[in-house]
Design a protein around this ligand. Structure first.
Ligand SMILES: C[S@@+](CC[C@H](N)C(=O)[O-])C[C@H]1O[C@@H](n2cnc3c(N)ncnc32)[C@H](O)[C@@H]1O
Length: 193
């Protein structure tokens, strides 16, 4: 529902991208999936990374020919998808574009953040989330819920050698509830950060 309207006009890169870069988690060929208006892509390009961006509304490129990536970031997309099957499908798509030793970072707005915004903006409860004043869908996403979605996605993904974790180096941001995050990579490379 009006997913594209959830894309904010950032004046600079998102916090997760800033944090991931700070801890050296971004490397190689990068995919910014659900890039919105593209500030993170712009930032990473300026830092010298090779970046491809995709968004169903702002950058609807054909992902079938996009190939594989060393780093995939998917920031604040999960919290705007209202259908759980589509959330699980998102994991599947992202994992299919991950190189063998690649890292996938999925972040989302945490429950605390959405609950406070819903109260302040008198958002209306809808399905397992809310309809905002802009008539968009938002759901607070906990780290546990991302793990659950990933567990469900794993059952439809052929490789069972994937593992996931949140780096200790990211604990600070996560425990401050700035965003929920998961890092997914193949088990044999775990933990890399
Ligand atoms: C809140 S914005 C985040 C944009 C950007 N990642 C950022 O952090 O600035 C959510 C974006 O997700 C996109 N989106 C919605 N459903 C999607 C899906 N199933 N797959 C990929 N992107 C999706 C929307 O078009 C929108 O641009």
């Amino acid at each position: 529902m009006n997913e594209h309207k959830t894309a904010i006009s950032r004046t600079k890169e998102s916090r997760p991208v800033r944090d991931l870069l700070k801890i050296g988690a971004i490397c190689g060929r990068v995919l910014d999936y659900g890039c919105g208006k593209g500030k993170d892509t712009e930032f990473l390009l300026k830092k010298g990374f090779e970046v491809l961006s995709y968004d169903p509304y702002y950058k609807p490129i054909d992902m079938r020919t996009a190939g594989k990536f060393d780093t995939i970031i998917c920031n604040y997309v999960l919290n705007v998808i209202e259908d759980e099957k589509a959330r699980i499908q998102l994991f599947k798509t992202l994992i299919n574009h991950l190189h063998n030793d690649g890292k996938l970072f999925i972040t989302a707005r945490p429950v605390k953040d959405i609950t406070a915004a819903a109260k302040k903006g008198s958002w209306i409860k809808y399905k397992d989330g809310f309809i905002t004043g802009k008539k968009t869908f938002q759901k607070g996403i906990s780290g546990e819920y991302i793990n659950e979605l990933y567990a469900m996605a794993k059952t439809i993904i052929s490789s069972n050698k994937l593992d996931h974790y949140v780096s200790n180096k990211l604990d600070h941001y996560v425990s401050n509830a700035k965003y929920s995050i998961i890092c997914i990579q193949r088990a044999k490379f775990y933990p890399k950060l």
